[in-house]
Design a protein around this ligand. Sequence first.
Ligand SMILES: Nc1ncnc2c1ncn2[C@@H]1O[C@H](COP(=O)(O)OP(=O)(O)OP(=O)(O)O)[C@@H](O)[C@H]1O
Ligand SMILES: [Mg+2]
Length: 455
Amino acid sequence: MAKATTQFVCSECGYTSPKWLGRCPECGKFNTFAEEPLAPAPTKKTQSAFRLNSTRPTPLKEVQYEKFERISSGIRELDIVLGGGIVKGSLVLVGGDPGVGKSTLLTQVAAHLAREHKVLYLSAEESCSQVKLRCERLGVGGGDMLLLNETCLDNAEEAISEAEYVIIDSIQAVYTEALSSAAGSVGQVRECAARLMRIAKSRGITFFLVGHVTKEGTLAGPKVLEHIMDTVLYFEGERTENFKILRAVKNRFGSVQEVGVFEMSDKGVLGVSDYSSIFLSETRGEAAGAAVTPSETGNRCMMVEIQTLMTKTSYGLPRRMSLGIDLNRLIVLVAVLEKRCGMPLASQDIYLNAMGGIKLSEPSADLAVTAALASAERMIPIDRYTALFGEVGLTGEVRSVSFAEKRVNECLKMGFKRVILPAKNLKACEKFKDKIELIPVSYVSQMIKALFPSK
Ligand SMILES: Nc1ncnc2c1ncn2[C@@H]1O[C@H](COP(=O)(O)OP(=O)(O)OP(=O)(O)O)[C@@H](O)[C@H]1O
Ligand SMILES: [Mg+2]
């Protein structure tokens, strides 16, 4: 019988088994086994070599600075998110939903880099002619870019080691023969990424990896994939929306506070420098159910409109749907309005949308969500020059949020005349008092009174 070269390891507790198991007998977790190559047992020679090895620690004061060479990707917004350009010899993972524009973005980068460097585009998902067609459609040139249509990483290794910049599209589509499991499985993704990391660090080759995301919105494959990478970027945005946000979730060479705003066009993804009004509708202030909040996304403050729609529920259970804001957050805020402000919402279907396909993850949007819901319920539009921000607690109190000054400043810049903000944030924003009306509130009910005084 052929000797086994791989084993299956439980990713939760490390239990090993020669074959795949559905349930780990050690920790009892289901579906945690991933294939791994069997490490050769250390020989006597390597053991003694290890003992005699003269790798010695260095005192901190004697450590030499490594120079991080950065070059531009040709896309300003991407450079900002990367922390000032592409770092040579780094591994960058770009994750995102299907069709969001990962291949488009990286094709543009590859074509730009190919003008002066040796670039390999390893396309495991599309044929070379598809990539060429895309390059022509985008009009980016890139005639010197090398294309390879290969799914087996072992076969591509030679071509990879000859390039300076390599794009792998995608990490879930490539496999190594060292493991028998299918491409895209946890073991394969981890092994392929680890191999690329070794190449990157030993030869100074820069890698861009495309990664798919799961239904839950996290990168498909193990968490360890993110640990291996130097930089992990998420490309997000609704497929039907033109605007996309590129966000760093991990960056060893820069801040994760930056975001890049892109617009999808037939010429590819273009950076948007004037992003301040793209998340506002033109008819703002005319219909009930919309409120605007200054949202701190990355290092930028953007005015985002939140729209809600309420319809009488035709089934026993009212529907709640949310785009751009966590659904659980919406459900909590609806409950707060019902209980603390006496708003009858139990018989209403509620739909919520943050404009432009942006995802708002910070709690400062709470107050605007409750204002939009209150406006929809009362069928009274909110004045188009009023903005709100603040976190809402379960008791109906409005809590202070960070960057209050920056938010008010953005409202002022965008021509807003009134800001409803948490009372605790008022002090920090007092210097704007003469230029913009500041309405401090401590409870959601106060905010509703301020917005709809006649009721
Ligand atoms: N021939 C075309 N003409 C105009 N727009 C196109 C064309 N092909 C693709 N697009 C646009 O480009 C978008 C992004 O495509 P792209 O292939 O870059 O996405 P992706 O993130 O790589 O997707 P996948 O995960 O499927 O590889 C598409 O959603 C579509 O809107
Ligand atoms: Mg693609």
